[in-house]
Design a protein around this ligand. Structure first.
Ligand code: FPP
Length: 245
């Protein structure tokens, strides 16, 4: 270890969340406080995500799911949306090197159809080239909305029931789970939302039924390894009962 570099905390794997979902909020306010354009906040936010993914992989977290662009974000000002799209494109172009190192499998969940063809191609490419990576699963929620996801799942189930592929009596939680965009991942153990807001904002609504929620005032671009450690410590001290006693 080079002189001056701090060593990572060694976590008890059994007390560490397997899956951390993150609502990265506060980029705009971070930029405003520095008299910078909003896109500078998003750029700093993208860098914070890169750092957190690499750290999460090092300490043994298996899944990070980040809310990077919601269905509602399409309503933002044109210049902010186009700035975010340009940022996303360059981010994806480097994602296999930058986001969690060469051991991260990267996926995208959400409605891709509104994204430019070039971006859709890049999403598919990153998923393809990282498909064999096993250590960390990084999922970017892009064009994502939880209610829309549930409606899509219901439509699939209804079509299967109408065609006789499944019987209505056999529909259970597993049926819905398997039709969600997230069918490859366990439910989040911990949800982090930065910047003092205390909402889920349509993020993984079904999947977060029993997740532990952690809110902090830090603006997302300032969220670093130390801030993540605080969230993990808080999680370690929670007593998860999943509705039981
Ligand atoms: C909220 O900040 C954040 C977003 C709109 C999405 C998160 C985007 C990033 C972290 C950057 C882009 C990500 C990638 C993967 C390239 P806000 O603008 O709502 O902040 P505010 O509430 O302070 O205005």
């Amino acid at each position: 270890m080079a002189f001056g570099l701090k060593k990572d905390i060694t976590w008890d794997k059994s007390r560490l969340p397997r899956h951390v979902a993150i609502i990265m909020d506060g980029n705009g306010r971070w930029a405003h406080r520095r008299a910078l354009p909003r896109i500078a906040g998003h750029r700093a936010g993208a860098e914070a995500l890169r750092k957190i993914c690499r750290y999460a992989g090092r300490i043994g977290i298996e899944y990070i799911t980040a809310y990077a662009f919601s269905t509602e974000n399409w309503k933002r000002a044109d210049d902010e949306v186009s700035g975010l799209m340009a940022l996303l494109l360059s981010y994806l172009q480097n994602a296999e090197k930058e986001l969690g190192g060469d051991e991260a499998r990267i996926r995208v969940i959400g409605d891709r159809s509104r994204f430019a063809d070039e971006l859709q191609r890049e999403m598919a490419r990153v998923e393809r080239v990282t498909a064999d990576n096993k250590k960390l699963n990084v999922t970017l929620a892009l064009g994502y909305g939880g209610r829309r996801e549930i409606i899509d799942a219901i439509k699939k189930i209804a079509a299967d029931a109408a065609s006789g592929r499944i019987s209505i009596d056999d529909i259970d939680e597993g049926t819905l789970d398997s039709c969600l965009y997230t069918n490859f991942m366990p439910d989040p153990d911990l949800v982090i939302r930065t910047s003092g807001e205390m909402r889920l904002s349509n993020f993984l609504l079904w999947q977060n039924a029993y997740s532990e929620l952690y809110f902090c005032d830090t603006l997302w671009p300032d969220f670093n390894e130390k801030a993540f450690d605080l969230a993990l410590r808080a999680y370690e001290n929670r007593n998860r009962r999943f509705g039981g006693r």
